[in-house]
Structure formats: structure tokens, C-alpha cells
Design a protein around this ligand. Structure first.
Ligand SMILES: Cc1ncc(COP(=O)(O)O)c(C=O)c1O
Length: 363
């Protein structure tokens, strides 16, 4: 069921929020020290209201729509942006229609549906650059209709919503004060590159506002099966390149360049570089984050960490350099990756007697 806007609510000057942002920065207890990084930190974007950093985008985008009197969201999503937009639309009484990438995990689809959004999965969308480009062009036409707005988490399409994501860096500038050191490196996973670009722009604006004197190096980390930005950045190329995406990491299956050129330039200007990681390594670190740090995240959220550990192994990071990895989405987002993570763990159903017998017969 989709929601119709309720005429009785005056929304003209409501700063509309579900409590997004102000996410914690947690120091690694195990993974960092073990890798020779004493100051490895995780920014837990997974604790946002719908479980990912995309809530920051949705809040900014929906506020703008309410100010403009627009009532219908047209969106494309791999799941997280859709869930965020669906939730904020539900709360604001806006209609929400989402075209979803072909390989979006079931749990993300259901979360979007739970908030009442209308969904369609499009064959080839996300994997095939041509179909992806044509789908985007069609969505743009739908979003241009009166009362509607296209919401895609990329500067190329929606700079207003993306400005909301820049707050990640503003918060990091404040949180660095608590660490007592300036942050030297930030590792960001990338699909279309919008997130990394928002982080870079957030630091650039902090420099302009004089709340920061030296920006950190921004490093772009991608799965090998979606090397649109990280490889070209590392190889010294000037532009990103489209690919045929083969990674299984949801959220990072973005065959097209989108914000890639701008992100590549911003990372390079900051002194950062690109890292490519295997899907296997990502699943391994998703599990390690859960079992050694108590951080429950989806696979995409472990990609930044995979890059940081690769950088440490290559000797690119000083032991005491403050390093931040963004944990971009919650573990609840991707049931398939959880099934894989716990495949060898049993949860037997026992009688109480059998349970007691397993504990040496203590009653
Ligand atoms: C959990 C998660 N992390 C990272 C990203 C990557 O963002 P971008 O496509 O802006 O690079 C996404 C995008 O959907 C995501 O869902």
C-alpha cells in the first residue's frame, strides 16, 4: 500500500527528521591492533534509523521536497537508498516508487515494502551499463513530471540530497577532537562514488569554514568485480570507467561511472588512492567485525576495512595514524550473507532435560 499525502498537515517549515546522523566513532579493539594499526576507528553508519548512511540523503531530499510542495518520489536503488526514502516518505506522507537493481537482496526489498514503497526490479539494471544508463534516463523523465522528484544517491542526479551525506565528515571533524588527533586516512567503499565524494566534499567545506586545517587522505575501495574508480585511481588514470559488474556485494554493483570521475579527482587531490578487494575477503571481514568487534554490518560495510588492511599490509599506514573506516550499513540488510556467515553453526532444538545433560546435569 502506498501513502497519499495528507492535506491536513502543514509541512512548510518542518525540519523533517527520523533521528539520522550523529553516529558513533568506535576504536577497534582487535582488528586494528592485530594489523599494526593502533588508531583504527569505525564510524557506525549502520545505526541510522533504517540501518544505513542513506538516511542522511533521504532526510535532506525529503525536506527539500516538502519545501517545494512535491509529493511523489521516483527512485532507483540497490536497497539502502530505497529503504531510507521509503521510510521518510512513509513518515512525511509522500508517495514512493522505486526501480530496484536486479540483484538486490531480499531483506532490502522487504524493508522497502514494509514502509509501503512500490517496487519493480529491472532485468540487467545495476549489472549492464547500457540497461542501467537507459533505466536512469527513463527514471529521470518520470521524475521530471509535476509534483514528482527523482531521488538517486549521486551528485550527478541529486546534489541536494547528497549534501546531507557530507555531514559524515563534519561529525568526524568534531569526533577527532575526542581522539585528540586529526584523522589522517578515511577508507570509503564505492559503487557509483557518491558516498566517497560526499565525504571528500564534507572535509573540503570544513577547510573552508576553518573547522579543519588538514583534510585526511580519502581512499576509495571497491570489489575487484566492480572496478570503475579504484583501479584507475591507483593506476594514475584521469577518469573512471564503466564495467560489467560481477561482484556479489550488494550496494556496490554499479556498472556505470556516475560520480566516479569527481571522486577519483577528489581522492587524488587528498593524497588518497584506490584499493581493490575480493568478495571472499569482504565476507571474511564482515564475520571478523561481528565476532571480534561486535559490529554487525552488511558486506559492503566491510569493504572500507578490507582496503585499510590492504594499505597496512603494503606499509602505507603508520602504526599510530588515526584511520577511519565507514561501516555503511547494518547486518540486517543482507540475510544471504548472514546465512553464509553462520552456515556451520548449529542451533539445535533440545528438550530441557537434554540441555541440562549437555551442561553436566546441573539442574
Ligand atoms: C551499504 C552501502 N555502502 C556503500 C554504498 C556505495 O555508495 P556509492 O554508490 O555512492 O559509492 C552503498 C550504495 O548503495 C551502500 O548501500
Amino acid at each position: 500500500m502506498s501513502h497519499q499525502p495528507s492535506a491536513s498537515v502543514d509541512r512548510t517549515d518542518l525540519p523533517f527528521s527520523l533521528g539520522e546522523g550523529h553516529t558513533p566513532l568506535i576504536r577497534s579493539r582487535f582488528i586494528g591492533p592485530q594489523a599494526g594499526l593502533d588508531q583504527l576507528h569505525f564510524k557506525l553508519e549502520s545505526v541510522n534509523p533504517t540501518g544505513s548512511y542513506k538516511d542522511r540523503f533521504a532526510a535532506a531530499a525529503i525536506n527539500a521536497m516538502l519545501r517545494n510542495g512535491q509529493t511523489r518520489v521516483i527512485a532507483s536503488s540497490s536497497g539502502n537508498a530505497g529503504a531510507a526514502l521509503a521510510a521518510y516518505c512513509a513518515a512525511a506522507g509522500l508517495d514512493c516508487e522505486i526501480a530496484v537493481v536486479m540483484l538486490a537482496p531480499d531483506s532490502k526489498l522487504k524493508q522497502m515494502q514494509a514502509y509501503g514503497a512500490r517496487l519493480t526490479r529491472i532485468d540487467g539494471f545495476g549489472n549492464d551499463p547500457d540497461i542501467t544508463e537507459r533505466t536512469m534516463a527513463f527514471l529521470k523523465r518520470l521524475g521530471d513530471r509535476p509534483g514528482a522528484a527523482l531521488q538517486i544517491t549521486a551528485y550527478r542526479y541529486c546534489p541536494i540530497g547528497m549534501a546531507g551525506v557530507e555531514a559524515i565528515s563534519h561529525e568526524l571533524v568534531e569526533q577527532a577532537v575526542a581522539i585528540g588527533r586529526r584523522i589522517e586516512h578515511v577508507f570509503v567503499c564505492a559503487g557509483g562514488g557518491g558516498l566517497g565524494l560526499a565525504v571528500a566534499r564534507g572535509f573540503e567545506s570544513a577547510i573552508r569554514d576553518r573547522t579543519l586545517s588538514h583534510p585526511p587522505q580519502i581512499h576509495c575501495v571497491q570489489p575487484q568485480g566492480n572496478d570503475t574508480i579504484a583501479g584507475p585511481l591507483r593506476d594514475g588514470d584521469l577518469t573512471a570507467r564503466p564495467c560489467r559488474s560481477t561482484t556479489a556485494i550488494s550496494g556496490l554493483q554499479v556498472a556505470n561511472v556516475i560520480d566516479g570521475n569527481e571522486l577519483l579527482s577528489a581522492c587524488r587531490a587528498s593524497g588518497g588512492t584506490g584499493f581493490l578487494v575480493t568478495d571472499e575477503r569482504v565476507y571474511e571481514l564482515q564475520q571478523l567485525l561481528a565476532q571480534k568487534e561486535g559490529i554487525f554490518c552488511e558486506p559492503a560495510a566491510a569493504v572500507g576495512l578490507a582496503g585499510a588492511l590492504q594499505a597496512a599490509q603494503e606499509g602505507r599506514l603508520n602504526r599510530d595514524a588515526p584511520v577511519v573506516c565507514l561501516i555503511t550499513g547494518s547486518g540486517f540488510k543482507d540475510q544471504t550473507s548472514l546465512d553464509r556467515m553462520v552456515a556451520d553453526q548449529a542451533c539445535p532444538l533440545l528438550t530441557l532435560d537434554a540441555f541440562q545433560a549437555n551442561h553436566g546435569g546441573i539442574s
